[in-house]
Ligand binder design. Structure first.
Ligand SMILES: [Zn+2]
Length: 374
């Protein structure tokens, strides 16, 4: 497969199969010829016992994935499963001596196409519906360099990752049972990352997530009241005000939301109404690579001297089968670092009540992110 790329870079996609039958895809931007080498490991199939139960009190699904307790936790750097497999070394998840970007099915998924059947109700009580957690979880390796970070990648590589996100969004959206596709990156041990290697994940959920359901409800009521697009109105308002704008491009604007919850938070929103990565055109993908990298650069300098900031980058996409015209692709990037050496923990009010208290004004956050670029 040939797809677009920054400055005419061609991204080549090559499929492969892992020892236990999982799918793997190489997305190459610099590797001249991709030779598909076999995965030589004797790897048992992991049985996916994931189920999901309906919380009758909140109307939300909760996935129960007990098999994930056994997953790899912070291996020593020379046993990183996301490194390339070098000659004479123990095989990793990627049976190639080099790669640019690689995507593969998670060995310990919360959602899988092969999820086992379960009784339709917990204890046979209709109060508690239960389903197999059918879906898909993939791992995206951003680079073969164990010690790099997303923010340190060249724009051309960020562009390749965007191609991979677009390709996988389209593929996962077509899978049976998948209702919403969520690419994200957890960065930093402070937020529970189990592997240091620069990587992200893509979840294909079998339901519309609670956060998205809430956004859709708000957008639908705004549409009914005004006939207008809620996220579009927010974007227009932010650009008109400028008080919280961090970056303003041709196709994208980055701003701190007026009611930011986190001590560092920024949203990156496309000007055009696009449901997901797959719907972005080449110019939008090109500019996104530049602006997203710029934003991560600022994030690392938001408290002055460059520091590794733990962050979560969540790419919201419209659900596949419902409310697709009510929302659009956008990034929510946030850090729980509130000052050097200090973290914000989600304590009683946030964890117990989902009532957020932020010690920093959104205008201050925007000012810090703007200053971090100069
Ligand atoms: Zn590694």
């Amino acid at each position: 497969m040939r797809t677009g790329g920054a400055g005419g870079v061609i991204v080549k996609k090559t499929p492969a199969t892992m020892a236990d039958g999982r799918e793997l895809f190489y997305f190459d931007d610099v590797t001249a010829e991709r030779e598909v080498l076999p995965d030589t490991r004797d790897l048992p199939h992991v049985s996916h016992g994931s189920t999901m139960r309906f919380d009758v009190l909140t109307g939300e699904w909760v996935a129960i994935a007990a098999h994930r307790q056994d997953r790899t936790y912070m291996p020593p750097a020379d046993h990183c499963p996301l490194d390339p497999t070098l000659p004479g070394r123990e095989p990793t998840e990627i049976p190639a001596p080099s790669y640019d970007v690689v995507v593969f099915e998670n060995r310990f998924p919360s959602f899988a196409q092969s999820a086992a059947e379960v009784a339709p109700e917990v204890d046979g009580n209709p109060l508690w519906p239960q389903r197999p957690a059918v879906g898909r979880c993939e791992v995206v390796c951003f680079t073969s360099d164990h010690n790099a970070s997303f923010g340190s990648l060249p724009v051309s590589r960020v562009r390749t990752v965007i191609e991979a996100w677009a390709d996988r969004t389209a593929a996962l959206s077509a899978l049976p049972g998948v209702e919403q596709v969520f690419p994200f990156e957890n960065r930093g041990k402070e937020i529970g990352v189990t592997l240091q290697h620069p990587h992200g994940q893509i979840y294909g959920y079998p339901f519309v997530t609670p956060r998205t359901a809430q956004l859709l409800t708000r957008a639908a009521s705004h549409r009914q009241r005004t006939g207008r697009d809620l996220l579009g109105d927010v974007l227009d308002g932010e650009r008109k005000s400028g008080a919280r704008v961090v970056l303003d491009g041709e196709a994208w604007t980055c701003f701190v939301p007026a009611a930011a919850r986190w001590p560092v938070e920024a949203h990156l929103v496309p000007h055009r109404v696009v449901p997901d990565f797959a719907a972005l055109d080449d110019a939008e993908r090109d500019e996104l690579a530049v602006l997203y990298r710029d934003l991560l650069y600022r994030l690392e300098r938001v408290f002055g001297e460059p520091m590794e900031l733990p962050y979560i980058a969540g790419w919201h996409q419209a659900p596949i089968h419902t409310g697709r015209d009510l929302t659009r692709l956008h990034l929510q990037l946030f850090s729980l670092r509130r000052a050097p050496g200090k973290l914000k923990f989600l304590a009683g009010s946030e964890s117990g009540m989902a009532a957020w208290i932020n010690d920093v004004t959104p205008e201050q956050i925007a000012e810090r992110l703007r200053a971090a670029g100069s």
